[in-house]
Design a protein around this ligand. Structure first.
Ligand SMILES: [Ca+2]
Ligand SMILES: [Ca+2]
Length: 106
């Protein structure tokens, strides 16, 4: 199944046409849906990356120079992509988290 395709009928819950926990239901709205008026629809980073790998900013399962470059590029900004501790500023605290997780993710 690919993004944008409709889930098979009867899927989920182990009933006819589906195995347990294979899909979940999500509502789709057009971009001009009234409920979106005035909202920032810019996609954010993944909500959860399992298993979590602290310092892996580009989600390649390695904490390395590419992640370090993202910290430095976003230094002294509020870019949440590189704000590892979520305090609203990319600074030395985030750099410390990155170095603490340096290397391959478990
Ligand atoms: Ca990485
Ligand atoms: Ca921070």
């Amino acid at each position: 199944m690919n993004q944008g395709e409709n889930p098979p009928s009867g899927g989920g819950g182990g009933g006819p046409g589906g195995a347990p926990n294979t899909i979940f239901r999500a509502e789709r709205y057009e971009p001009d849906f009234d409920g979106f008026a005035g909202k920032d629809l810019t996609p954010g980073p993944p909500i959860e990356n399992y298993p979590f790998c602290s310092g892996d900013l580009n989600y390649d399962r390695m904490v390395d120079g590419a992640d370090l470059a993202m910290i430095l590029t976003n230094w002294d900004t509020s870019n949440q992509i590189a704000d590892l501790n979520g305090d609203g500023l990319v600074d030395a605290a985030d750099l410390g988290i990155l170095f603490a997780g340096w290397g391959p993710c478990d």
